[in-house]
Ligand binder design. Structure first.
Ligand code: HEC
Length: 244
């Protein structure tokens, strides 16, 4: 800019000069279209340094932003919880557990007389716990369940003289289940005996005792050997499948 431009003649005359008014505007160096403004070199250098060091720091400490940075050394994850699902459940519950828990449901029919505890009611209904009939073989039990008992009838030296109802209106499955439950829950099973009664065994009992219509008397039941078993294959307790 030329020095003479700065001489302010109008100012000296004490009037407001249009030149004065425009001085500020003239001082600014306008950007024309297509012309680029410039940023101070120091600003560029500082920005570059921030990017380089900041980026480097993140790169070396962030572990690619993985959540594993929160896991302490020596951490061993718990196994995944089971999410259920029918297929998984049946595979995990042993057949025998389902069989006896179903038997417990059928036992609801017996509770009024023999009680949930299996101890019966003294003088009226005999106990299943400690009973020589429950502890014996399955043949007598099959006969008792299918056709009932007409007293007098001795259990553990005590005589009972009522009527044990017949349960042949229950399915083979249900009779097998309740007898399995009674033997395993209340019985004193000999070593190595699993107490399982199968559907196949109850079918065999129905066939064998089909001719009997009236409830059994004590003498008739005593005629069946105490350790006689109903015929039927032993089963795998895990799967319920017959053992070879
Ligand atoms: C209405 C009462 C009553 C019900 C219900 C009943 N019982 Fe009995 N039970 C008797 C009586 C009474 C005797 C003893 C024989 C008698 O006096 O006639 C007996 C005897 C027995 C015996 C042989 C004796 C012993 O104590 O071991 C067995 C086993 C038995 N019951 C199992 C069952 C089962 C299992 C059920 C359920 C499915 C059942 N009872 C339901 C009344 C009942």
């Amino acid at each position: 800019m030329d020095k003479s431009d700065n001489n302010n003649l109008d100012y000296q005359q004490g009037t407001i000069s249009a030149v004065d008014l425009h001085d500020a505007v003239r001082r600014e160096h306008p950007l024309h279209p297509g012309e680029r403004g410039t940023i101070g070199v120091s600003v560029l250098v500082i920005s570059a340094l921030i990017l380089i060091f900041g980026g480097g720091h993140l790169f070396s400490t962030s572990n690619s932003f993985s959540s594993s940075i929160y896991i302490s050394d020596g951490y061993v994850p718990e196994p995944r919880p089971s999410l259920g699902g029918a297929a998984e459940d049946t595979a995990e519950v042993a057949w025998i557990d389902k069989w006896t828990s179903d038997g417990k449901k059928v036992y609801a029919n017996c509770i009024a007389c023999h009680q949930a505890s299996g101890l019966g009611i003294p003088g009226q209904f005999p106990p299943l716990v400690g009973s020589e009939w429950v502890d014996g073989g399955t043949k007598r039990l099959g006969a008792i369940l299918l056709h009932g008992i007409n007293g007098p009838f001795k259990v553990g030296g005590q005589t009972y003289n009522q009527l044990m109802p017949a349960w042949n209106n229950l399915s083979d499955d249900k009779i097998a289940q309740v007898l399995t439950y009674v033997r395993r829950e209340f019985g004193g099973l000999p070593e190595g005996v699993d107490g399982v009664v199968t559907t196949e065994m109850i079918k065999a009992a129905r066939d064998e005792f089909i001719g009997h219509t009236a409830p059994y008397t004590e003498a008739e039941l005593l005629a069946i050997p105490q350790d006689a078993e109903l015929s039927g294959a032993k089963v795998d307790l895990q799967t319920g499948q017959p053992l070879p």
